[in-house]
Every structure is written in structure tokens, then in C-alpha cells.
Design a protein around this ligand. Structure first.
Ligand SMILES: [Fe+2]
Length: 238
């Protein structure tokens, strides 16, 4: 399986605090059947910036450590980017790290109020050839209450990534109800862990896949953690 959203890099945000914790998280992921993890530290959320060059360098260093530890996980670079108005401008200037640094897909977390202006910036992203992946809308009050807005983004070509623990109930009843409704309405493309730690939010995908399979069927649920993310990291249309 491939996990496209994880705070696995040590000491760069509120995810893994130490290298030891990052390694322990990778061992949990490996045991769950995960082979590739996109390291997506928070960026532009008011607390963390995490520049492109720094993330890419830290990913190379961490892969070398995993190799020495004989942990069979490949780490790729990415960002968990919080939406901000200058996003489009910075993207054009090459300052934004897209998934696997190949320029095609970008994980974006939206604010709690989504204005037509935000929708138009997102549409412009797509004109620039970048497909936004909407990060965990089931945890966003606005998307929970305005399903038609999420449907609109999807109709215009955006992808939707939900958090594994939302599906298994770890983010409360509201998020669980919303994510199951999104699954029923075919609004989900990818399940990712958004892992932050060994205990609080561990890097596990398979428990969520089992629950999702009851709603969308085995084949589609597994595609959300295998073939679809594979196409994304290889920059093919998902
Ligand atoms: Fe995240």
C-alpha cells in the first residue's frame, strides 16, 4: 500500500518528535503492508513553513537511515499545504513542493469557510496543470455541511483524500458519518493515514480499508490505497 499523507519526518512539525519515533512509525507501517510513504509536513498553517529544499534533503537522509535499519519503506517528498491566497503565485515561482516533487498533484487543506474566491484559485491551479487533492474534508465543518461544494470540486477534477482513522471512528461520530456518506456518494479517491505518531495517530491503512470495503466494495477500497496513489506519485491521471 501507498500512504500519500504522513507526518513521518522527525522534528519538522507536530508529527514524529524524534528520529526514534519516525523509525518506530515506519515499522508499524511496514507491518501493516505499507511500502511507500509520502512525507508531508505541515506547511503554511501559521506554525510551520517547511521549505521545498529542506523537505527534499530530509527525505534523502531519512531514506538512508531506513536502509541501514533494514526497513523496507520508501519515503517520497511532499507537503501538507494549508490553503493560502498566494499559493498560485508561489507555485508559478517553483517554491511549492508538489507530491513526489513532480509538479502534478498537491495536497491542500482548506479553511473552515470556503469562498468562491478560494474555488477560483483552485480552478486556476488546475489551469496551471496542478490537480488539488483535498485533504480530509470529512474533518472540515464546511464540507460536512455543504456536500455540494465538495461535489463541485470533484466535478471540476479535484481529488479527495480522507483520513484512515476518520473511517474507523477515531475522529468522532461527525467525521465518521461524513466520510461514510462521501464514500457512498463516490466522492473519495484516496485513503491516507495523516499519521502523526506511534500511538495517537499511527500509520495504519488496512483497518480503514476493511471498513471502506463494506461501503464501496473490496476492489475500490483497495484501489484507494494502491493503484490510485500509485498513479498519483507517478504523475499519471488518477
Ligand atoms: Fe496532515
Amino acid at each position: 500500500m501507498i500512504d500519500i499523507h504522513s507526518h513521518i519526518l522527525p522534528g519538522v512539525d507536530d508529527g514524529a518528535k524524534t528520529l526514534e519515533e519516525s523509525i518506530a512509525m515506519c515499522k508499524i507501517a511496514e507491518a501493516d503492508g505499507i511500502t511507500t510513504i509520502v512525507a508531508t509536513p505541515h506547511s503554511m498553517n501559521g506554525l510551520y513553513i517547511n521549505k521545498k529544499e529542506t523537505v527534499c534533503r530530509k527525505v534523502i537522509e531519512f531514506n538512508q537511515i531506513l536502509k541501514k535499519e533494514k526497513i523496507n519503506i520508501n519515503i517520497l517528498p511532499g507537503l501538507d499545504l494549508h490553503f493560502y491566497p498566494e499559493l498560485l503565485f508561489h507555485l508559478k515561482n517553483g517554491k511549492i513542493l508538489t507530491l513526489n516533487n513532480r509538479g502534478c498533484y498537491l495536497i491542500v487543506e482548506f479553511p473552515e469557510v470556503i469562498s468562491p474566491h478560494i474555488e477560483s484559485i483552485c480552478f486556476n491551479l488546475q489551469i496551471q496543470g496542478v490537480i488539488p487533492i483535498i485533504s480530509h474534508p470529512e474533518r472540515n465543518y464546511f464540507f460536512r455541511k455543504n456536500l455540494q461544494v465538495l461535489q463541485g470540486f470533484v466535478d471540476r477534477g479535484a481529488l479527495v483524500q480522507v483520513t484512515a482513522m476518520s473511517i474507523t471512528g477515531g475522529f468522532g461520530k461527525e467525521a465518521e458519518k461524513a466520510v461514510k456518506n462521501f464514500l457512498k456518494k463516490n466522492l473519495v479517491h484516496i485513503i491516507a493515514t495523516d499519521a502523526h505518531s506511534v500511538n495517537r495517530r499511527p500509520p495504519l491503512l488496512s483497518p480503514a480499508v476493511k471498513v471502506a470495503a463494506e461501503i464501496v466494495g473490496e476492489k475500490q477500497a483497495w484501489a484507494m490505497v494502491t493503484t490510485i496513489p500509485e498513479r498519483i506519485i507517478n504523475q499519471k491521471r488518477a
